[in-house]
Ligand binder design. Structure first.
Ligand code: ATP
Ligand code: MG
Length: 160
């Protein structure tokens, strides 16, 4: 499936894109985010979590690697959200030590992964990839590319 490409001109627009994506996410889905420091991954995830009615403070779990929030999916059912940040992860062994493959295999939770570049070996086959690129010379401008990888039940909605 062709990727969908957005241009965000400010933090709020990136948040909104995440918020809008939330309504198309089903329990069990994985969103893999890629992009440099400060590209907007956490801002996007804050939007997703707002869309999933998370009340807790959403922040990059850079040191803990995994944060867990309680939310509600669009059908009103409770859903666990794992906010994962692989920035500091250097090897697959490390990912296995902290049980990340099991976390990612949770069929009911929604998984949102920052720095997915550092965990390509363990990403689920079926997922949404979201790639962030800062545009040169335009401080607040970001290209955000959304691509469905493999099979995803809500795929048609995600790219509509
Ligand atoms: N269009 C934009 N979208 C998102 N953030 C933007 C945008 N323009 C400027 N910003 C700024 O860029 C920063 C994005 O920070 P954020 O924490 O979301 O990045 P990140 O990709 O999670 O970085 P890290 O890899 O360090 O976790 C914020 O300071 C935000 O205000
Ligand atoms: Mg971040």
């Amino acid at each position: 499936m062709e990727p969908r490409i957005y241009t965000s001109m400010c933090e709020e627009e990136t948040f909104r894109l995440g918020f809008d994506m939330a309504s198309d996410l089903r329990s069990g889905d994985t969103v893999a985010l890629y992009g440099d420091l400060g590209a907007g991954k956490t801002e996007f995830i804050k939007g997703v979590c707002e869309g999933l009615s998370v009340d807790e403070i959403v922040s990059s779990p850079t040191f803990t690697i995994v944060n867990q929030y309680a939310g509600k999916s669009s059908d009103g059912r409770g859903v666990i959200i794992y906010h994962i940040d692989l920035y500091r992860v250097e090897s697959v062994d490390e990912l296995e030590e902290i049980g990340l493959p099991e976390t990612l295999a949770d069929p009911l939770a929604i998984k949102l992964i920052e720095w997915s570049e550092h965990g390509t070996q363990i990403l689920p086959m079926n997922r949404v990839d979201v790639r962030f690129t800062a545009l040169e010379g335009e401080e607040n401008c970001r290209k955000i590319e959304v691509q469905i990888v493999g099979l995803l039940e809500g795929a048609a909605d995600l790219l509509s």
